[in-house]
Design a binder for this molecule. Structure first.
Ligand code: PCA
Length: 213
């Protein structure tokens, strides 16, 4: 059994992206799952192409994509990806789509088929700040998550996949005022716990994860 975990290149003026840094801390195996990692360009389209190539090559059972959500204070497990690209800033190759569909023939939105509540509860049980998020934004992270879920719906419904946003790490907020961050080691621990929950729970648990955002 195999899990593919992806992280993004730095973007938006940052020199590091914690979603790539954390890949280096993950063990080669989690339970009986082999861990494969892949860096993804922070570029519309190319991000999805790179993900699809890695899926075709590795044929994983689970795909978990990770991205940085600077300003968030917790590890946020994303519930949904929407069929919209609306970029606040240009991507790493200068693309800045506004109100374009990710896939013209895709649904308006797709839900993660990972046990998002179980993942959040497992992290909280180990005192790691975690919460369900109901928006992955409209930039490259939502774009990639939508691409993953589109692939699952159209090509391989037995593939399990979803997305986690992680906060800035300490060294990124030195020059920023009042911006939350976490230690990279704590994020890595949180992701391992979340992955163990994915492996353990085929069905999600029914527990409130609602919020007004
Ligand atoms: N975060 C961005 C794209 C790459 C990343 O790590 C986002 O949230 O869309």
């Amino acid at each position: 059994m195999k899990i593919l975990i992806t992280g993004f290149e730095p973007f938006g003026g940052e020199t590091i992206n914690p979603s790539t840094e954390v890949l280096k801390l993950l063990p080669p195996k989690i339970n009986n799952f082999q861990v494969i990692t892949q860096q993804i360009p922070t570029v519309f389209r190319k991000s999805i192409d790179t993900l699809y190539q890695a899926i075709e090559k590795e044929k994983p059972d689970i795909v978990l994509c990770i991205g940085q959500a600077g300003g968030r204070a917790e590890i946020t497990v994303e519930r949904v990806a929407i069929n919209i690209d609306d970029a606040r800033i240009a991507d790493n190759e200068g693309n800045q789509p506004v109100d374009e569909k990710v896939f013209a023939d895709g649904d308006n939105a797709y839900f993660s088929n990972l046990p998002i509540k179980a993942m959040v509860e497992a992290m909280k049980a180990k005192n790691i700040p975690a919460v369900v998020s109901n928006s992955a934004g409209t930039y490259v992270c939502n774009h990639l998550m939508y691409g993953l879920l589109y692939y699952i719906h159209k090509q391989n419904p037995s593939l399990r996949g979803g997305f986690i946003h992680i906060p800035y790490i300490k060294q990124q907020v030195k020059d920023k005022e009042n911006i939350p961050s976490m230690e990279l080691e704590e994020i890595s621990l949180g992701l391992i716990i979340a992955i163990e929950a994915i492996i353990k729970y085929q069905e999600d648990i029914k527990i409130s994860g609602g919020s007004i955002y």
